[in-house]
Design a protein around this ligand. Structure first.
Ligand code: MRU
Length: 354
């Protein structure tokens, strides 16, 4: 992996760039302080970058893994004389193990694997794999544009919204899911203000969401995560709008840790909750949110902040990075196939067969 300057002005829509046979990621660990691209030369480096949060956000993880498969396929066909399809398996495993919660990762890898199964054992599979990865990337941007329009249609004029984590262009192929809705609604003059939870411990809200929105001229005010409920007592917050990493068959939603408490507070204050996610985030194989694997990351992510130890020496820490919001706390799930209001098992099933 090496830091690299590519001739691209760092824009949120260009978080994942494939150029001249090379994969570049805008390194989200350092935003907004510096905008630096990392070049990934192998699938193994790609898996490492996903785990290390160089790229993050469910759809962006899936898209990056798909490009990782392209790197894996090209390398496997160069080194293997008796069929690249078996030589690629170890790399697919590494990509699969990079992060556990966002189902978009497994969805994108399954799509690439389906193609791998159809390709010839001879020759270089690079072009065919690249076409599929680029299609996954393009389709995600199109889905976001669609969801942006559908979600914005639910928002009344002069609305204050709260968002959590970063579900923007940086977290997707471009435009964003929750931030796509906010962008579309702002374009229609519906948004008075966006309140962005800072989102401990990685500060995706403070660092990434604020960076994206400010570039678009959308007014944003940061909140400490614990301040959201208190802000709702002012009575002017209309919607909580968030993305998701995995939605179960009954409409339970996994998203960044803190989403659940935000939804509980929203219910108490009569604020509506909108989850914006493409159908690649829906996992109909899991009956409920209880079965969603929740990633627990290193305790030092909590004990340190900006490289400085902030916790008392010797303090233990529990660091689950996602939680599950039960379907009964969700007012609308917005997908590219349509909007599910007050989600339940039947409505989710209907959406997925449509
Ligand atoms: O740990 P992260 O930064 O990958 O978590 C991201 C989120 O929780 C997002 O809200 C989710 O992936 C939706 S992104 C469109």
């Amino acid at each position: 992996m090496e830091a690299s300057n590519i001739p691209t002005q760092a824009r949120p829509d260009d978080a994942i760039v494939w150029r001249d046979g090379r994969l570049f990621l805008l390194d989200q660990r350092y935003l907004p302080e510096r905008a630096e691209y990392l070049e990934l030369k192998t699938a193994s480096e790609t898996a490492q970058a996903i785990h290390a949060m160089v790229v993050r956000g469910a759809p962006a993880i899936g898209i990056t893994a798909a490009y990782g498969v392209v790197l894996a396929g090209v390398a496997a066909s160069r080194r293997s004389t008796d069929g690249w399809q078996s030589a690629i398996q170890a790399d697919l495993d590494k990509l699969r193990q990079s992060r556990p919660t966002a189902v978009n990762l497994f969805w994108a890898l399954s799509r690439m694997e389906a193609l791998i199964g159809q390709l010839s054992r001879e020759g270089d599979p690079g072009d065919a794999l690249l076409q599929e990865a680029m299609l996954i990337h393009r389709e995600d941007v199109m889905a976001n544009r669609r969801m942006g329009e559908s979600g914005a249609a639910l928002i009344d004029a002069d609305t204050v919204v709260i968002t959590h984590c970063n579900a923007g262009a940086l977290a997707t192929g471009g435009y964003g899911t929750a931030l796509g809705v906010i962008r579309a609604a702002h374009g229609k003059g519906m948004i008075r203000e966006v309140l962005a939870d800072e989102t401990r411990p990685w500060l995706q809200g403070a660092r990434l969401t604020a960076w994206e929105l400010l570039q678009d001229g959308i007014p944003v005010t940061l909140l400490a995560d614990g301040a959201a409920a208190s802000r709702m007592t002012q009575g002017d917050v209309g919607w909580v709008i968030v993305g998701s990493d995995r939605i179960a068959a009954n409409g339970d939603v996994a998203n960044k840790i803190g989403t659940y408490s935000l939804a509980v507070a929203a219910k108490h204050h009569g604020v509506k909750v909108m989850v914006v996610a493409p159908t690649s985030t829906i996992d109909m194989s899991l009956p409920s949110g209880r079965e969603i694997p929740i990633e627990v990351r290193d305790a030092d992510e909590l004990r340190y902040c900006g490289g400085r130890q902030v916790a008392a020496q010797g303090a233990d820490a529990w660091n689950p990075v996602f939680d599950v919001t039960p379907a009964e706390l969700v007012d609308a799930i917005v997908t590219e196939r349509g909007v599910v209001c007050l989600p339940d098992e039947k409505k989710m099933e209907k959406l997925m067969i449509s």
